[in-house]
Design a protein around this ligand. Structure first.
Ligand code: ADP
Ligand code: ASP
Ligand code: MG
Length: 487
């Protein structure tokens, strides 16, 4: 296992990129705690920091923008007050007068941007994805400025840096992809002076900018991704993602409170977990560090003495069977049935062609070639777009003697068992089937990739919690089971 030790016989201090999530910077007390973690680590390592917006702020900004675009002229004014108040309160409590004088105008600028944008949205009754990105990431601008000022107030040199100056992305507003070569160069150049002076860069998570300088965002929860983009660009020795749980757990602790911490998981396991809904990591988090094999630690800012989970290129742990369970609780199943005259490959090519137009991910896919039936699950949020694309794609077949039918089963959940070492362990699906059957849970569909990294079940959305609990119990993954030994 990778040791977290920061003094591994190096003459030079190791470089740690650390990201703090919304709850970790949720109020003055939490921010003070984060400043202490940063200052403490900075004694042993060079630190570069990425921060999310204060908890709840991004949701609040997006809601306000959407209301304004529907013509509401009042609600966003309340949000404006709350935005100003929450950040001002932290400044009042934690900043010395000189730092207040430096940072309050920056906070006021962000609030003014919010006001101007919302006022514009309410006037034109529209919010474009591009304008939404500028607005929805203002929380990060405010928290990064505050955090840098808090550090300075406590005697630790630090400077807020807007990621629009560092991370170059494409123009897919709302879910932009970094252009890594350009980002790496820009990041190193922009941060060189600060690092030389020994000042800690405190970078806004979530946002980047196109080559032309338009602000973009990396998708909801994207500050994790910012953390590894920064870590990879600077060749960091480790990336530490600070959140509000002790690490990656065997399942979502909100569903199963007995969930147990996993000391180590592989990149592939982490990617699979986050793709299938484990909120603790943004799905693209691991991508930037893969080539350089940088370890990523998940740590609890509420419990910093707990070592957390280390995400490593390939797990050394030989635990057999299932490691973790995750779920997507808002999904739909789409079943496309073709008449005999339409071959299955033709049906599948057209269906997936339709999905590829908007690059929409599927959660599971099953087929019945004999009946010419293709079935796949997708995120409920994508349903409307997918249905429209499919209806357009199969328009002719549906018009002419019903050669194709498309059915949607809504309110479905996908439960996924994950573990690299499931391979070659027989009987896992059978046991999961049994556990679900014993609880009266009907399995609507099942899929297992040949890599055997994951096995997925579709169940009714109302059964998801019981299904996750049932499988977690069956494989004795919980804290109270750990003494009994795992499968
Ligand atoms: P942050 O604000 O720090 O980015 P998030 O709320 O995005 O934090 O992610 C942390 C949350 O992810 C936890 O509080 C937990 O409820 C949820 N979560 C879901 N699945 C898992 C899992 N397998 N392990 C740990 N946390 C999980
Ligand atoms: N603040 C952003 C969000 O809520 C990014 C993040 O927290 O990671 O989506
Ligand atoms: Mg998050």
């Amino acid at each position: 296992m990778v040791k977290e030790s920061l003094v591994v016989g190096k003459s030079k201090k190791p470089l740690i990129a650390m990201k703090f999530g919304g709850t970790s910077v949720g109020n003055a007390e939490r921010m003070k705690n984060v400043a202490a973690i940063i200052a403490d680590t900075a004694q042993r390592a060079e630190v570069v920091v990425v921060v999310s917006a204060m908890g709840g702020v991004t949701d609040m900004l997006i809601r306000a923008a959407s209301e304004a675009s529907h013509g509401d002229r009042e609600n966003w004014k309340n949000v404006r007050r709350e935005l100003a108040h929450r950040h001002r309160e932290v400044a009042d409590q934690l900043l010395k007068a000189a730092e207040q004088a430096a940072v309050l105008p920056r906070l006021a600028d962000a609030v003014a941007d919010f006001e101007n944008l919302c006022s514009g949205f309410s006037l034109v009754r529209e919010v474009t994805p591009r304008a939404m990105d500028t607005l929805s990431s203002l929380g990060e601008v405010m928290s990064a400025n505050l955090m840098a000022a808090i550090l300075r107030s406590q005697g630790t040199p630090a400077e807020a840096v807007d990621a629009t100056e560092l991370i170059v992305t494409d123009d897919h507003f709302g879910n932009a992809t970094p252009i890594f070569d350009e980002t790496n160069i820009k990041m190193r150049q922009r941060l060189a002076g600060l690092r030389k002076r020994g000042a800690i860069p405190v970078i806004t998570g979530f946002r980047g900018a196109t080559r032309a300088g338009a602000c973009t965002t990396l998708g909801r929860g994207g500050s994790d991704y910012s953390g590894t983009i920064v870590g990879a660009a600077l060749d960091a020795d480790q990336v530490w993602i600070w959140t509000d749980v002790d690490g990656v757990l065997t399942t979502d602790p909100r569903m199963v409170p007995e969930a147990r911490i996993l000391p180590e998981i592989s990149y592939r396991e982490a990617i699979e977990l986050s793709f299938f809904g484990a909120k603790v990591l943004h799905p693209k988090t691991i991508q930037p560090v893969m080539k350089k094999k940088i370890p990523v630690w998940i740590k609890n800012s509420f419990n910093p003495s707990c070592p957390g989970t280390c995400i490593v290129p390939s797990a050394t742990n030989s635990q057999k069977g299932i490691k973790a369970i995750t779920s997507v609780s808002k999904a739909d199943l789409i079943t496309i049935t073709g008449k005999e005259s339409l071959s299955f490959p033709h049906l599948a090519v057209k269906a997936f062609g339709a999905l590829s137009l908007d690059d929409i991910p599927t959660l599971m896919v099953t087929q019945s070639s004999a009946d010419n039936v293709l079935c796949f699950a997708l995120h409920d949020a994508d349903l409307r777009r997918v249905k429209a694309q499919l209806e357009k794609t199969f328009e002719l077949e549906m018009l002419h003697d019903d050669r194709v039918s498309i059915e949607v089963m809504p309110h479905v959940a996908i439960v996924v068992m994950i573990g690299e070492n499931m391979k070659g362990t027989p009987g896992l699906s059978g046991r999961a089937f049994g556990a679900l059957g014993a609880r009266g849970i009907n399995i609507i569909a099942i899929a297992q990739g040949s890599s055997e990294l994951s096995i997925s079940f579709a169940v009714k959305a109302s059964d998801v919690k019981e299904a996750v609990k049932g499988i977690h119990e069956e494989f004795k993954l919980g804290a109270s089971d750990s003494v009994k030994g795992k499968v």
